[in-house]
Design a protein around this ligand. Structure first.
Ligand SMILES: Nc1ncnc2c1ncn2[C@@H]1O[C@H](COP(=O)(O)OP(=O)(O)O)[C@@H](O)[C@H]1O
Ligand SMILES: [Mg+2]
Ligand SMILES: [Zn+2]
Length: 518
């Protein structure tokens, strides 16, 4: 009976435990079995290995072939075990011989790669983690050529890249050793500066919302933006990564490790880029916090050290939003599934956006909102108070309209008055925004990181004095919501539900400033 042993690594969450692929050849009826909790894709490697060996002009041994993936109780998945299994069969059957110290050579070298039927090596997922662990133990890695750049990020000196099973065999026997991969050369258009960061200067007006974004960026605060559709909330959120400092090398590697184990995989060109994740509001809890049969990282982990943007916040399912509460506090998420329990980092900056009411036109100077106070309250109540409590900044903005060209004046008609300056585009120190500025300054100074807690007397601090819209008489807002509110002067925010309640101003005219608590 002949036995050979080849080293490889499995992947469990963000760990890459060493796996010994042991191959035993024995006489008997032809059987090829793989033991050691192989997933279906690992079991299927029998067919790939057989075809690859035969098409590479090796012999497939007759008799009983037993492949053991040790440790036996560790689940194995992926096509990465194809190459070690094929090498184990070749070594055990004596078709290739490593120089003298066969056993030692194969344990200080790790082999990864999925085999094509002709013997070519195909890339595998999550190699960055395996390379990081192998480098820590000083092991050499033989990887598919397509994975070389990924592995070189963490273990540049130890990586050998091959494109075919025959190249690996020649390297192992010493006939044609593979040379170390060259260090990755970063071009001017690659790396952290590769993707063009969006510029905050593209956003016109919205001075207070911009200021809120800058404060959120400086302090790492989570931010809720409330404004009508088309007011630039998404635009602002997309520009947050451009305001944040570059990732440190350690942070960049953490981000890369999470990306490497995700279904999307890691692209070496993206190393050092701050993540910006914007999942659709139909996302499930598992998609957001991680899960699935393989306990993959979710959006919050993919946004680690970056930005998670939840547009249309009230449209997310309640349970999905509630799942964010613990990771927002702890910066990690524990994903438990029947077969696997693991922990992923989730230190993300949450930026959320929502409309002021279901139709989005509440507060629009042009009017048009027909939402009842109950509808508005129900809409805003979809975001729970505990979650609002974790959103440390809130920015409220009015609609933005592109500057329209002045219509030609008809001869004989009086000159039309100049258009009223939009408060959203007024300079910070103008009367139009002074109230908002005062309010936001007060909050910024008084409470540090938790500078705007929705439950801490915010109704008193609501900014309601700054927005003097020229041409709009006091109490002249349109919309059923406001006229109804005026009829009920005592109607104030709900007593319960701290953050989710909305101050439906009754006796006083509700005004819209760029930064205001809910
Ligand atoms: N303040 C602004 N400055 C420049 N363009 C804007 C502004 N607000 C909105 N826009 C334009 O309107 C489009 C829609 O804006 P968006 O950010 O999607 O709005 P929202 O997310 O608030 O619905 C943008 O792509 C941009 O072209
Ligand atoms: Mg939007
Ligand atoms: Zn409305």
């Amino acid at each position: 009976m002949a036995v050979a042993r080849v080293a490889c690594r499995a992947q469990v969450g963000l760990h890459a435990p060493l796996v010994h692929v042991e191959v035993s050849l024995a006489s008997g009826l032809p059987v090829f079995c793989i033991v050691g909790l192989p997933a279906m894709v690992v079991k299927e490697s029998k067919e790939r290995v057989r075809a690859a060996l035969l098409n590479s002009r090796f012999e497939f041994p007759a008799g009983r072939i037993t492949v053991s993936l040790a440790p036996a109780d560790l689940p194995k998945e992926g096509g990465r075990f194809d190459l070690p299994i094929a090498l184990g069969i070749l070594l055990a059957s004596g078709q290739i011989r490593a120089p003298a110290d066969t056993c030692r050579t194969c344990v200080t070298r790790e082999f990864y790669g999925e085999l094509g039927l002709t013997g070519e090596l195909k890339p595998v997922r999550g190699l960055l983690l395996a390379a990081a662990h192998a480098a820590r133990h000083g092991h050499e890695l033989v990887v598919p050529r397509a994975n070389a750049a990924e592995a070189c990020v963490v273990a540049p000196a130890q990586v050998r890249a091959a494109g075919h099973l025959l190249e690996v065999c020649a390297h192992l026997t010493g006939a044609a050793p593979l040379s170390p991969c060259p260090l990755p050369q970063r071009g001017a258009d690659e790396g952290p500066g590769r993707s063009v960061l969006l510029d905050l200067a593209d956003v016109r007006g919205q001075l207070q919302a911009k200021r809120a974004l800058i404060i959120a960026a400086a302090g790492g605060h989570s931010l809720l933006m409330i404004g009508p559709p088309g007011s630039g909330k998404s635009m602002l959120a997309q520009r947050l990564p451009g305001l944040l400092p570059p990732l440190t090398h350690a942070e960049a590697l953490e981000v890369a490790a999470v990306a490497a184990v995700s279904s999307a995989g890691f692209t070496p060109q993206c190393l050092g880029e701050r993540p910006f994740r914007a999942p659709h509001h139909t996302a499930s809890a598992a998609a957001l916090v991680g899960g699935g049969a393989r306990a993959r990282p979710g959006e919050i982990s993919l946004a680690h050290h970056g930005v998670l943007f939840l547009d249309e916040l009230p449209e997310f399912e309640r349970g999905v939003l509630e799942a964010l509460r613990e990771p927002l506090e702890t910066g990690v998420v524990a994903v438990s599934r029947a077969a696997l329990q693991t922990q992923y980092p989730a230190a993300f900056q949450l930026i959320a956006a929502m409309n002021p009411c279901p139709c989005g036109r509440l507060g629009d100077p042009a009017g048009g909102c027909r939402c009842t106070p109950a509808e508005v309250r129900r809409y805003r109540g979809r975001v729970s108070a505990p979650l609002l409590d974790r959103l440390t900044c809130t920015s409220r903005s009015r609609g933005w309209r592109p500057p329209s060209s002045t219509p030609p004046r008809v001869q004989g008609q009086p000159r039309s008055p100049p258009p009223a300056a939009s408060p959203a585009r007024a300079p910070c120190n103008s009367p139009a925004s002074s109230g908002a500025m005062r309010a936001s300054r007060m909050r910024t100074c008084s409470a540090g990181a938790r500078w705007m807690r929705p439950g801490s007397g915010y109704s008193r601090r609501r900014c309601d004095g700054g927005d003097s819209r020229p041409g709009t008489p006091a109490g002249a807002e349109t919309g059923a919501h406001h006229s109804r509110s005026r009829r009920r002067p005592g109607h104030q925010r709900r007593a319960s539900g701290r953050g989710s309640a909305v101050a439906l101003s009754g006796s006083r005219r509700r005004r819209y400033c760029a930064i205001c608590t809910m």
